[in-house]
Every structure is written in structure tokens, then in C-alpha cells.
Design a protein around this ligand. Structure first.
Ligand code: C2E
Ligand code: MG
Ligand code: MG
Length: 601
């Protein structure tokens, strides 16, 4: 006997549906009860049902238009005027009427509900299917009803699977704010890689500049709009062949065809972006970006392949001294390895006393007398002297630099105490402290502990700090400089003139000394009216008017000494007198009492 539909949880629904269809067709041929549809109609139903199952389970992908076509035919066969499916992700969304409603068939005559099925899935999603007939049409026979119900149930099971798959996909491949995430990115790379299409594409990682400031300026909500608009701008350039994803915070990653690169570079450099829908308010948004042009023949072995390269370029782009757009090249990897090596060997090198202090005299340009010195670090490694530029920036990437600076300060203290004990003439000596120290809330105590432990009279020590760019650092800097001042320790602004020199920095912080960088110093051939010459003049006279001592760094020529004299700036530090010297040589210079200086004109 024919059983309409049996459902066994252990077996696939489709197997049962197909078996029922088979039983049904055999049954229809052997019996001829009035309640059943005629053979032709049954055959049509069978064919349509098979078509529907085949369309729903197509490996190549689901074709909605084809599927709707089949449903239309089925509906016609059973006099169904309208078919509607609803999908809600939760019971509360169902209550609130917040879901997706799809009308799969509608001939405009459907008024009477004939079948309504509501399914609640294990994840509490709700799927509802409703079929309508026209009021006057012949009602469904019992047999027709069972068939229509079977179709509806098959349809709902398919819709629920499809929708849930979509929901899972959304959770896995998008973040909370709806941006595609790293998984989407990797999937796109995989697809391109499979087609061997990665060459011809460029990968990009970027970070929005000062986005926390934008957020505090325009508010968080407007900040979200800005981010979304900036994202969309790039997405539009990329088009279909590529992707842009958010990695988290204000970090993004993208891959696109090489032809998009110029346009995207322009966007990275800075564009006005609106913070509301009306586009009345616009803010300038730029980014620091690492690009990687994927080379010919490139095949991705794993997901990190491209990401690692991007991060190397992006980290370089983020350093404030570098360009904000950096293209990856293989040398960067070599340099990264070198820098990792330096970080690895640093602790032992420090313990083994491979770092030594060199002293560069600060000289009074009128008398030629040594009036001070700067302690500069040299690394003696495997019989070679490594210059600071080869290791200081690397140590500054982490907090390693702080250990080195304290070590240098300690060595200088020990030299000063020895000189005093030996009855030598001693001058104030400055020690460089990296900006990295500013995060240390106990910095002042640490400096004083070293000086006190060595029992160095405070007037012999000076601390050099460079300018800062952020508000937070500014506050810390002010606190530290003030604290040192109260202890009678002199402080100097190092490298004034490079970077973002701010007049506020010298007005609000009680420095003793301004060290003017050599980029401010006019060179041979610069005339009186050159901008450099003018700026030098004014910076010196302004600093002096504020009661600061000016020291000019990088003095190399007679002409430069004359310029210093012309501007009543009396202290110079530079190769004209000496390079940084090993301690024994520096001690000899101190004994010689003074340098020969050029005669005044
Ligand atoms: P800085 O503090 O501005 O030091 C002055 C630099 O200018 C020194 O480079 C010095 O050798 C160089 N210099 C001096 N006179 C002349 C000149 O006439 N012409 C030219 N072209 N250069 C001159 P050095 O020793 O290579 O140090 C470079 C930088 O490394 C220093 O710049 C400082 O920022 C950093 N540094 C050195 N030692 C230390 C240290 O112990 N701790 C920290 N944190 N930084 C250090
Ligand atoms: Mg210095
Ligand atoms: Mg300097």
C-alpha cells in the first residue's frame, strides 16, 4: 500500500522522497481511484518533482530563475495562486516581523490559505511556507493536498538549509560590523591561486592614520561612517576581480588587479571622506600602506606567504621617518632577518660589555675650549665597530633601547667619578635617552637611581631627549624634564629641526639647551637670503631670547663657525673639531686644554 511520506532521521530525506515518488508512480499505474490524479497529471507531477529535486541539489550551484520556473509549473498543476516563504533567524525576529519574505509564485488571484507549514530549526531559526488558492477554484483533493504538502516540506527544508548556510557564511566570513574578514581574504587568494592568476595582482595592507583622533573629533558613530565610506571608495576601484577586507580595528587588507594600483595609491595618500549621509561634513583620510606586487610565476604555498611580506612593508610605512607608502622588496626580508638577529644577540652583547661610550666634545667657538661632551654609543662586534644607526633604530622597535641607555648613563657616571678622582678637568656630559623611555612612569627615579648610586654631582650630567609628536608623550616629556630640572640635572632637546619641531615644545617644557640639528645649519654656497640661513638666524635668536643655550650639531667647516659667531651662537659640536672619540683619546683632548679656532674676520 502506498505510504505518503516517511521520515527516518537516520537516512537522508532525499532518499525517502525519491522512494516515495517511485512507489507513487507504481501505485498510480496499478490503481484508478477517483480520489487520485489521472495518469498524465501524475506523470507531469513526477517529472516536475524530479526537476525540482535536481535543481535544489545541483553541485554546480543553485539557479534561482530555473527553480522558480519549476515552481510556477508545479503551482499551476495544483491550482496554487501564490506561494510565499518566510525566514526569520530567531523566534523574536519572527515576532517582530523582521525576516526575509520571498514570493516564489504569484498569479495575482491568491486569497485563500490552503497549506501553511512552520518549521523551527535546532538553532531556533523559523521558516514558514504558505500556499494560497483563488476563492472560486476547485479545492485540492486529499491526494493533491498530500502531494502539495510534500512539495512544500521539501521546499522548506531546502530553504532552511540554504538560509542557514548563508547565516553561517556571514558569521565566518564577515566581522561584527559586516566587513569581510581575513577568512574572506584568504578564500579570495586561494581562488586566484587555483586559477594561477595571482601574478598580475597587487596585495595591500593599510592602516588609517590618526583614526582615534578622527573618532574623538567627529564622534564614534560618524567615525564608523567615515571608515565605511573610505572602504567603499577602495572597493569600488577594485571591482569584481579582488577583495578588500578588514583585519580588525583600522587595519585593512586587499588584493586587486595591477591596473588599480595608481588609483588606490592616491586614496592612501589622502582623500576627503564624508562623515554623514548628506556629505556636508568631510574629513581628510589617509593611510600608511604596504604594497606587494605579486611577481610572475608566483604560486602561494600557504596563507602567510603574502601576508608576511605585506606586514614587513606596512611596518616600515608606519615608522614616522619613512614614506607612508612602501612597496615590498626582497631586501626588506634580509633587513628584517638582520634586525631579528640583533634583537637576539643584544642581551648577551650587553652583558659582555661589547657596547662602549665614545665622547664628542662640545666646543666654544670663540675660545676653542671644550665646554661639554656628548656620550655616543659604539658597538664592538667581532673586531668591527657597528655605528649606532645600524642598531639603535632596531633596539628602539622594542624596549631593549632602555637597557642600553641606562647602561650608557652608568658608564658615563663611572667615567666622571674616575676623572674627578684623578683630579682631571671635567665637563658636563650629555647622555641620549630614547623616546621609548617615556612610557616608563618611573623613568625619573631610574635616572636618579643611577646617578645617585655613582654619587655623581648633578651638574655634570645632561639628558638629551628628542622632540615628540603625540599629546600623550608630550605630557610625559614635560613631567620628566621638570623632574630632572628640580634635581639640578640639565636637559636638552636633541635634533631640533628634524621632524615636527613645534614651538610649543620649547615654550611649554623647561629645557636648558636646544641642540640645533645640522639640517638647519647653512652650508657652503647658501646665501644670506636663503631660507635655511634665515631660519637658522631666527631659531637661534628666539632660543636665546627664551633663555636657552644653543648648541649647533654637525659643524664641519670654517664658514659654519663664522656663521655661528655672526649669530652669537657660541657652542658647536662637529667634525670640524672632532668625531666622537674613544675615552682615552677624549681624555687626551681634555688635557690639551683647547682647539685652535679660526681667527675672527
Ligand atoms: P645624535 O644624538 O644627534 O648625535 C649626533 C650624531 O651626529 C652622532 O652620530 C655624531 O657622530 C654625528 N655628528 C657629530 N658631528 C658631526 C658632523 O660634523 N657631521 C656629521 N655628518 N655628523 C656629525 P652617531 O654617533 O652616529 O649617532 C647617531 C645617533 O644615534 C645619535 O644622534 C643618537 O640619536 C643615536 N645614539 C647614539 N648613541 C646613543 C645612545 O647611547 N642612546 C640612544 N638612545 N641613542 C643614541
Ligand atoms: Mg644626541
Ligand atoms: Mg642630535
Amino acid at each position: 500500500m502506498y505510504h505518503h511520506f516517511r521520515y527516518n532521521k537516520n537516512k537522508s530525506r532525499v532518499v525517502y522522497i525519491l522512494r516515495d515518488i517511485l512507489e507513487l508512480s507504481v501505485y498510480c499505474m496499478s490503481d484508478d481511484r477517483g480520489n487520485l490524479m489521472d495518469k498524465n497529471k501524475t506523470e507531469t507531477y513526477y517529472i516536475l518533482f524530479e526537476k525540482m529535486i535536481s535543481s535544489m541539489t545541483n553541485y554546480e550551484g543553485f539557479e534561482r530563475s530555473e527553480f522558480v520556473g519549476i515552481l510556477d509549473e508545479i503551482c499551476e498543476l495544483f491550482r496554487i495562486a501564490k506561494g510565499v516563504t518566510e525566514f526569520y533567524t530567531s523566534l523574536s525576529n519572527e515576532k517582530a516581523g523582521q525576516g526575509e519574505i520571498l514570493i516564489d509564485h504569484d498569479n495575482g488571484r491568491g486569497e485563500k490559505v490552503v497549506v501553511r507549514r512552520r518549521v523551527v530549526t535546532k538553532t531556533m531559526a523559523v521558516i514558514i511556507g504558505t500556499l494560497y488558492m483563488a476563492e472560486g477554484d476547485e479545492p485540492l483533493t486529499e491526494d493533491e493536498y498530500l502531494k502539495v504538502d510534500l512539495i512544500l516540506r521539501a521546499l522548506l527544508s531546502f530553504v532552511s538549509r540554504n538560509r542557514l548556510q548563508g547565516a553561517v557564511e556571514m558569521l565566518g566570513f564577515f566581522d561584527d560590523a559586516g566587513y569581510p574578514n581575513l577568512r574572506s581574504y584568504n578564500r579570495c587568494l586561494e581562488q586566484l591561486n587555483q586559477k594561477r592568476a595571482l601574478p598580475g595582482h597587487t596585495a595591500l595592507h593599510f592602516n588609517l592614520r590618526h583614526f582615534s583622533l578622527i573618532n574623538s573629533d567627529v564622534g564614534r558613530r560618524a567615525g564608523d561612517v567615515v571608515m565605511r565610506n573610505y572602504f567603499n571608495l577602495i572597493k569600488e576601484v577594485i571591482g569584481e576581480d579582488g577583495i578588500i577586507c578588514r583585519m580588525g580595528g583600522d587595519n585593512f587588507i586587499a588584493v586587486f588587479e595591477n591596473r588599480c594600483t595608481t588609483q588606490i595609491e592616491e586614496i592612501m595618500k589622502g582623500v576627503p571622506v564624508s562623515c554623514d549621509i548628506t556629505e556636508d561634513n568631510r574629513v581628510m583620510i589617509s593611510a600608511t600602506a604596504g604594497f606587494y606586487v605579486i611577481p610572475d610565476g608566483f604560486e602561494m604555498r600557504n596563507e602567510e606567504d603574502i601576508l608576511n611580506k605585506l606586514m614587513i612593508a606596512s611596518v616600515i610605512a608606519k615608522r614616522d621617518d619613512a614614506s607612508s607608502i612602501v612597496y615590498y622588496d626582497e631586501n626588506m626580508l634580509v633587513r628584517k632577518d638582520q634586525s631579528m638577529r640583533i634583537q637576539r644577540i643584544f642581551p648577551k652583547a650587553l652583558k659582555d660589555k661589547e657596547f662602549r661610550v665614545f665622547y664628542q666634545p662640545k666646543v666654544d667657538v670663540d675660545s676653542g675650549r671644550i665646554v661639554g661632551a656628548e656620550a655616543l654609543c659604539r658597538w664592538f662586534r667581532e673586531g668591527r665597530i657597528v655605528p649606532p644607526m645600524d642598531f639603535i633604530p632596531i633596539l628602539e622597535q622594542h624596549m631593549d633601547i632602555c637597557q642600553l641607555d641606562f647602561y650608557m648613563l652608568d658608564c658615563v657616571c663611572k667615567d666622571i667619578i674616575r676623572w674627578l678622582a684623578e683630579g682631571r678637568h671635567v665637563v658636563r656630559t650629555s647622555v641620549n635617552l630614547s623616546r621609548k623611555h617615556l612610557v616608563d612612569v618611573d623613568l625619573l627615579e631610574h635616572i636618579m637611581e643611577i646617578i645617585e648610586r655613582n654619587q655623581v654631582p648633578h651638574q655634570y650630567i645632561e639628558i638629551e631627549l628628542t622632540e615628540t609628536t603625540t599629546d600623550v608623550e608630550f605630557k610625559d616629556l614635560k613631567r620628566v624634564v621638570k623632574g630632572l630640572q628640580e634635581q639640578g640635572i640639565s636637559t636638552s632637546v636633541d635634533d631640533f629641526g628634524i621632524g615636527y619641531s613645534s614651538l610649543n615644545l620649547i615654550r611649554e617644557i623647561p629645557w636648558n639647551v636646544l641642540k640645533i640639528d645640522r639640517c638647519f645649519l647653512p652650508v657652503e654656497g647658501d646665501s644670506e637670503s636663503d631660507v635655511t640661513t634665515l631660519m637658522f638666524k631666527h631659531v637661534v635668536s628666539m632660543a636665546q631670547a627664551m633663555g636657552l643655550v644653543c648648541i649647533v650639531e654637525g659643524v664641519e667647516t670654517v664658514r659654519q663657525i663664522e656663521i655661528l659667531r655672526e649669530n652669537q651662537c657660541s657652542i658647536a659640536q662637529g667634525f670640524y673639531f672632532d668625531k666622537p672619540l674613544p675615552v682615552e683619546e677624549f681624555e687626551k683632548r681634555m688635557e690639551e686644554a683647547c682647539y685652535r679656532v679660526p681667527e675672527c674676520e
